[in-house]
Design a protein around this ligand. Sequence first.
Ligand code: UTP
Length: 293
Amino acid sequence: MRKIRKAVFPVGGLGTRFLPATKTVPKEMLTVVDKPVIQYVVDEARAAGIEHLIFVTGRNKAVIEDYFDAQVELYTTLAERGKTEALAHMQDLQPSPGTTSFTRQQEPLGLGHAVWCARELVGDEPFALLLPDMVMQARKGCLAEMVELYSETGGNIIAVQECDPEETHQYGIVGKGRDIAHGFEITAMVEKPPRGMAPSNLFINGRYILQPEIFHILASQERGSGNEIQLTDAMVKLAGKEPFYGFRFAGRTYDCGSKTGFIEANVAFALERGDMRDKVMEPLAALLAQHDK
Ligand code: UTP
């Protein structure tokens, strides 16, 4: 079975839910505690054994490319000031030369279009797709678990989580079939089903392992809901030819493209850090008590 070596990060979206911040700062560069959102997702990919990072960017996103570049002046200054720990941390985060690629989406025509823009860089091999505004918190990374499942099943894999049945109309939803290995067979995929029409309450949480055949389907550039080129529509077509499996992620997912999800992520990651937990807990408890009144 072919190893999953490459990961695609679609960062071409406009981030309109986060205006005015996203007028000049890409939403992927907003910080959760002290790291940009995109760094969490890249860390998850590297922990899953990904060797090559492919970013599909857009206008105003050049700072993402700079972020993953070496900052020689900064490194020299840190070394001169004896800040060896900070320097080592910076160097550890930096991808090795030749292991990142960037391509421009040119027009934000939808997630399916962004994925299609990566076709030349991915080539003819299965790949991981990570939506960078979905940040996950778990003992073991979501993608690492999916790669394990993939080694047993092959095919295409989509990570899912349960949502409130009243909220299925906001998400991409899958239908659940037979259990298999540590996952299940997917019987249906629907993007934002009308209320009462969802095949389950399992929503697609932003992590995928896909076969390269998806690019041939996306090439037709067919528009779907919202007049956007939808990835889900292409996956439905691919499911007619190839198996799709669901992986139930047991950790937490924060939608950092939404204001409330972003705030929740900041609090959750701060509380997880030994150096911050107590300092954050006290004022937070005081604030909550004040707002309870
Ligand atoms: P979203 O719909 O969450 O992102 O797309 P958005 O369009 O940037 O956000 P809002 O709704 O205007 O606030 C999911 C993912 O797909 C990427 C986004 O960057 C995000 O990671 N995307 C979406 C693209 O790369 N290109 C697109 O044309 C659309």
